[in-house]
Design a protein around this ligand. Structure first.
Ligand code: PLP
Length: 402
């Protein structure tokens, strides 16, 4: 395939065949894992193969990068040893002190890192509700703001930020827009098509999909000095994904489209059914018509809304923790995007200062039979004592808006 022209094939086809990755020598349909940490130098002292050393070059990694770049409609992509390595490398590559505008509701580990970003080259950060475009415009510091960082849908409240609108504000300020698109994946949203400059993934989640790889990816709309520096940072820090992880990721990605469709279908059914339960005060899922950002979701998400949703309990934190303790099919664990359904009381993990309410349970819909998932949740929810329903729906609604 010509790497520079968009493929006429659908993502599902490209993924199922891993973009034709195989082995030219043996004609193996499934590609080998290139484990070598070093490569032979030519007699004339050159490296005609282009491969020199494993901290910067690996053929298995490159195969995955090509797949991700193709899916995202990106000029290039780079694979990292984790989502955090991917995200932080972009900021470590900034060459002068930069003002960053970031969504207030983002993956808590990255919010924590950004809070300390001043340590890494004198950058500063303003956390803003990026669903409020006026607030975003007001936060711009002309001549200083260089990067916008948004995560949409936002983990774990699943609010939507309008990528095209933020891209306009960012570009008018001469800044770049980075989107953490881990939850949507390129099957649901391709941020570059909405004007984003950089897309970041925790490939640990949906891209891999089997809870057995830690990896990250960055894709860019076009080559730039920042992209070149990010490559340099990866090479210097050794942030590249391991070859075996890259290979497993490629295998996982073959079913990404099928998984996402099924997970979205199940999540929608669960969100609808749980909305009616007496113990639940709110279901946060962009696919619900009642979701405050549903119109943006319809524009930005490609006919499905993903596998992630949260429920808020009328009985507060105690009721949330009780429900998490009573489920059997759903597994109590952090992370998301795998084939097993996971449930988590997020506030416990995010700690002080989190925008996540203490009555919230985050759910990652897996690939189990949706009726088993529903029955399990209903059984657990039915065990919440009626006396725990002390808070009214309107109180909870006010909190969600704030
Ligand atoms: N982005 C999002 C949305 C996440 O949820 C996570 C981890 O949970 C990360 C990035 C970081 O990814 P990793 O755990 O692969 O470093």
């Amino acid at each position: 395939m010509d790497e520079n022209s968009p493929s006429p094939l659908k993502p599902r086809t490209l993924l199922a065949q891993a973009l034709g990755a195989g082995d030219a020598t043996t004609r193996a349909l499934t590609p080998p894992v290139h484990m070598s940490s070093t490569y032979l130098r030519d007699a004339d002292n050159g490296y005609e193969s282009g491969y020199v050393y494993g901290r910067t070059d690996n053929a298995t990694v490159k195969q995955v990068e090509l797949i991700i770049a193709t899916l995202e409609g990106a000029a290039d992509a780079m694979l990292f040893s984790s989502g955090m390595a991917a995200a932080t490398s972009v900021f470590l590559a900034l060459e002068k002190p930069t003002h960053i505008i970031a969504s207030h509701v983002i993956y808590w580990g990255f919010r924590e890192w950004l809070t300390d970003v001043g340590r890494y080259g004198g950058h500063s950060v303003s956390f803003v509700d990026t669903t409020d475009l006026d607030a975003v415009a007001e936060a711009v510091r002309p001549g200083e703001t260089g990067i916008f960082w948004i995560e949409t849908p936002s983990n774990p409240l699943w609010t939507l930020t309008d990528i095209a609108a933020i891209a306009e504000i960012a570009h008018a300020a001469g800044a770049l827009l980075c989107v953490d698109s881990t939850v949507s994946t390129p099957i649901i949203t391709r941020p570059i098509a909405f004007g984003a400059d950089i897309v970041v993934h925790s490939a640990t989640k949906y891209l891999n999909g089997h809870s057995d790889v830690i990896a990250g990816a960055v894709a860019v709309a076009e080559d730039s000095p920042l992209w070149q520096s990010t490559q340099k940072v990866r090479g210097q820090l050794g942030g590249i994904a391991g070859p075996f992880e890259a290979w497993l990721l490629m295998r996982g990605m073959r079913t990404l489209d099928v998984r996402l469709r099924e997970q979205s279908r199940s999540a929608m059914k669960l969100a609808e059914r749980l909305s009616a339960h007496r113990a639940v005060s709110a279901v946060l899922y962009p696919g619900l018509k009642s979701h405050r950002d549903h119109d943006i979701a319809v524009r930005q998400m490609d006919g499905m809304f993903g596998g992630m949703f949260s429920i808020r309990m009328r009985g507060g934190e105690a009721a949330a923790i009780l429900v998490a303790s009573k489920v059997e099919v759903w597994k109590r664990a952090t992370s998301f995007g795998g084939v097993e359904s996971l449930i988590e009381h997020r506030a416990s993990i995010e700690g002080e200062g989190t925008p996540c309410p203490s009555d919230l349970l985050r759910l990652s819909t897996g690939l189990e039979d949706v009726d088993d998932l529903l029955d399990d949740l209903l059984r657990a929810l039915d065990q919440v004592p009626r006396s725990a329903e002390t808070r009214t729906a309107s109180v909870v609604e006010t909190e969600v808006q704030s």
